[in-house]
Write a protein that binds this ligand. Structure first.
Ligand code: URA
Ligand code: SF4
Length: 321
């Protein structure tokens, strides 16, 4: 029987290429075992051209989650991915609509492994041209570096999409990790106090971090913040880029050296170069200042007051534009 009904399907090696072919195959009722997938160079004419899709009455509904996972899996490099995708799709429609919840299923496992893309950075997870709401939802599923494994959740930026001012910190801390929002712990307390003092309304600002997952080591019951590595900064960067591309702020404020290096480059010296606006490709007015937690780390009260004064001075410039 092998080969009797075998179909070779040529597709452009993209999610869309696979999807078009899969729709045609489903409509014709071709089971996965009868399909052999072959990739052709993009631009060549695929052998199976899907008609424009108008869902028939009672048309099959694929769980949204499948489409998200399938998109990620499609951008993996394993040549078997098209077959894996079609098998799962077929089973979702013919066997079990809730199949994806069955983590132990070998097919589902394989699909999830293809979609995980750990170590590749955030880029495969970022929906191109997306607005903030869509970016936030996608970031919640990011596994682009290993930091997602131990953290509670992705802490995406917060604030209105039309914010004129964006502030960027380093990465969420313990409280931020638990609450899912940036600058809501002790550093957030300093931050809020300073904003109020210079007359900036936090509700109108967009606040985010260079890295979106909390990195820590456990010491007894405490979780101690660890500075992100260069590889993690690089991995997570596409999220910040996407946030800034969606918002296009007039003013961009780097809080601390990590954010300043991410935006101004590695030669930026925070204590020398802070407190001055410069144009960058992200905002016509970009400036760096101290990180609010640097104030908390000041040795004594006098030092803390001095550092807080610097933060205020720089934020006053921001409030004045
Ligand atoms: N420190 C940061 O850099 N960001 C936060 O969100 C909290 C603390
Ligand atoms: Fe993704 Fe950034 Fe979290 Fe790494 S730290 S998993 S790149 S969101």
């Amino acid at each position: 029987m092998v080969g009797a009904a075998m179909r070779t399907v040529e597709i452009a090696p993209t999610f869309e290429g696979w999807q078009a072919a899969a729709r045609t195959l489903l409509r014709e009722g071709v089971p996965p075992a009868d399909v052999r997938w072959r990739e052709i160079a993009t631009g060549q004419q695929p052998s199976l051209i899907a008609e424009p899709v108008t869902p028939a009455p009672g048309a099959v509904r694929v769980p949204r989650q499948f489409l998200d996972i399938a998109r990620l899996a499609a951008s993996a490099s394993d040549p078997a991915r098209w077959q894996v995708l079609y098998e799962i799709l077929w089973r979702l429609l013919h066997e079990n609509h809730d199949l994806l919840k069955t983590d132990a299923d070998p097919g589902v496992r394989r699909l999830n492994a293809l979609a995980k893309r750990e170590g590749e950075g955030a880029a495969p997870f970022v929906p191109p041209g997306a607005g903030l709401a869509e970016l936030r939802a996608a970031a919640a599923r990011c596994t682009g570096c290993e930091l997602y494994r131990h953290a509670t959740q992705t802490v995406f930026g917060r604030g209105p999409a039309d914010a004129r001012i964006v502030l960027v910190g380093e990465q969420p801390g313990d409280q931020e990790d638990l609450k899912g929002a940036p600058f809501v712990g002790p550093a957030g307390g300093v931050f809020d106090r300073a904003l109020t003092e210079v007359g900036l309304d936090r509700e109108r600002l967009y606040v985010t971090n260079v890295v979106k997952h909390f990195k820590f080591v456990e010491r007894g019951k405490r979780r101690i913040h660890q500075t992100p590595r260069m590889s993690e900064l690089t991995a997570c960067r596409p999220w910040l880029e996407a946030e800034l591309a969606a918002i296009k702020p007039g003013v961009l404020v780097c809080l601390g050296a990590t954010a300043a290096h991410a935006i101004f480059g590695p030669d930026f010296r925070l204590m020398q170069d802070r407190g001055r606006f410069a144009a960058t490709r992200w905002a016509p007015r970009t400036i760096a200042t101290l990180h609010p937690s640097a104030v908390l780390r000041g040795e004594d009260e006098a030092q803390q007051a001095r550092l807080y004064g610097i933060l205020l001075e720089d934020l006053r410039l921001v409030a004045g534009v």
